[in-house]
Ligand binder design. Sequence first.
Ligand code: PRP
Ligand code: ZN
Length: 210
Amino acid sequence: MMHIIYEPERQRIAIQKSGRLHKASMDFLSARGLIFPPNERSLILPCKNSDIDLLLLRDDDIPEYVRSGVADFGIVGENVLAEKGIELPVIKKLDFGRCKLVIAIPSDSRIKTPEDLEGKRIATSYPKLLAKYLAKQGVEASIVAISGSTEIAPELDLADAICDLVQTGSTLKAHDLVPLFVIMESQAVLVESPKSKVAKDRFLSLINLR
Ligand code: PRP
Ligand code: ZN
């Protein structure tokens, strides 16, 4: 099985390993005719009916894999591309994975306006986008950069507020948090590598996009 990885003519599509976009990304590719074996913990899934391998990655890593050409394509949120500051050619906005990057606070918080964030601690895995927003508002707050599970930070007193993604809102609700301001709206996009030399049109015509 290992040899599959190194065959140059196979194309690699990077998608999220688990989380909000995983199933929607698999469904998108399946609906366009690609068949994948059931996933048994492998991080590379060879497509059963074409020369395509799925790379299952942390969403935060997808922009770099695609930028460097290790993956030929990627399905990733616009929010992740913006945070990484990596610009990639977008083939298609996918109309799923719609979400908002928000600042949220505990439901009993006294924070009401952006100015109320002055001097407060905000936990986030989007430190760059948050810093930009705060600078625009002229507010100085301390950014607590963590890589996930941001929603538990206020109840553990690691932060006074969080800046995180909301899709259905159920994660916020589970932690008694309410959204206050929207920093960015986002959806999933299909991006292509500026580096990949293999014929990209083969995959795109396979899934009826070119
Ligand atoms: C995001 C975010 C929340 C969740 C919110 O994670 O961090 O955990 O989605 O969704 P909800 O409003 O529907 O409950 P994501 O899947 O983007 O991956 P991450 O773990 O890399 O943040
Ligand atoms: Zn992530």
